[in-house]
Write a protein that binds this ligand. Structure first.
Ligand code: C2E
Ligand code: MG
Ligand code: MG
Ligand code: MG
Length: 293
């Protein structure tokens, strides 16, 4: 009986595994042509300031518009690309698209807000990455404060000394560094001692699950406090509900990003949010959005 089960389970798992491998292989097979055919599209998710209820900038988030499979989310293909190294090419593509976009707005006489891009920890293996970023941004004549870099918390684990060195060089070059997903898992508070970043992106996992004692809320309040002592503004990411907005406002969180305000959107939409409507109207709208008292 037991043995039968074992064999059945074994058959089940191997079938599942080979399906996984096939899926990954399909992704790998189509990734190179995808880059050439511009199937990767950059979406923008706005960030809002809680003190003035204004858009403060946006994060560039990549999407894959696959001709057969439709829209694929980064959660599916980025881990694959990180395993086979293709992420380096994709990240560069996203940064360049971002630069092209910023350049276009500037040429149109607009005054674009900063855009942050994600940098995979795999890209850190490239010793030349600081030069690569500087050359790219300079070739499009983008002021460096407009091009910000998000590096996920877990990236600081792998080789703290190298990461520290790279972050410092990027900052010396005039780029803002955001520590992404802070509090999501891997690193300890100690990284904040050695690695100087400009902005902390606080993960909303602290809100998750059953928390009648409000322990998550107390931790978030402590994170905001600590960030103030370290002179870092905080962006709360993944904000979905008005109660969260109110709580974040009450503990002095400066910036928010999340579905409650806006989902990642195509550039045409973000452009409208950023430039089209008169300032006063935009302000009123965001005030309604955050339900200010
Ligand atoms: P991330 O950088 O932490 O980006 C935030 C993710 O949370 C995005 O998922 C965003 O769509 C999602 N999000 C935003 N607001 C909410 C919310 O209110 N609720 C929930 N549940 N989710 C929200 P997305 O776009 O699927 O990207 C996932 C991750 O993939 C990103 O996490 C980032 O680590 C990575 N990624 C995306 N684009 C790039 C890229 O161009 N390069 C690299 N290296 N990684 C990227
Ligand atoms: Mg990010
Ligand atoms: Mg994040
Ligand atoms: Mg995240």
């Amino acid at each position: 009986h037991c043995k039968g089960n074992y064999i059945r389970n074994y058959a089940f798992y191997t079938r599942q595994m080979s399906q996984e491998i096939e899926k990954e292989q399909r992704i790998v097979n189509s990734m190179k042509s995808a880059l050439e055919n511009h199937e990767f599209v950059v979406f923008y998710q706005p960030k809002y300031g809680l003190s003035d209820n204004q858009i403060a900038g946006a994060e560039a988030l990549v999407r894959w518009k696959h001709p057969e499979r439709g829209m694929i989310s980064p959660g599916e293909f980025i881990p694959v690309f990180e395993r086979n190294g293709f992420i380096t090419k994709l990240d560069y593509y996203v940064w360049e698209q971002t630069c092209i976009q910023l350049r276009k707005w500037m040429d149109e006489g607009k005054n674009p807000l900063p855009i942050s891009v994600n940098l995979s920890r795999v890209s850190l293996y490239n010793k030349d990455i600081v030069n690569v970023i500087c050359n790219l941004v300079d070739s499009y004549r983008i002021p460096r404060r407009l091009f910000q870099v998000e590096l996920t918390e877990s990236a600081y684990n792998t080789n703290p000394k190298a990461v520290q060195d790279m972050m410092q060089r990027l900052r010396e070059e005039g780029f803002y560094i955001l520590m992404d997903d802070f509090g999501s898992g891997y690193s300890s508070l100690n990284v904040l001692k050695d690695i100087v970043v400009d902005v902390l992106k606080m993960d909303m996992k602290f809100f998750a699950g059953d928390d009648r004692e409000g322990r998550g809320e107390n931790i978030m309040a402590a994170v905001i406090r600590m960030a103030k002592w370290l002179n870092m503004p905080v962006v709360a990411e993944g904000v979905e509900r008005i109660e969260q907005v109110e709580f974040l406002r009450s503990i002095g969180c400066e910036y928010v990003q999340g579905y409650y305000f806006a989902k990642p959107m195509p550039v045409e939409e973000y452009e409208k949010l950023q430039f089209d409507r008169p300032h006063a109207e935009r302000k009123k709208e965001t005030e309604r959005l955050v339900d200010i008292d």
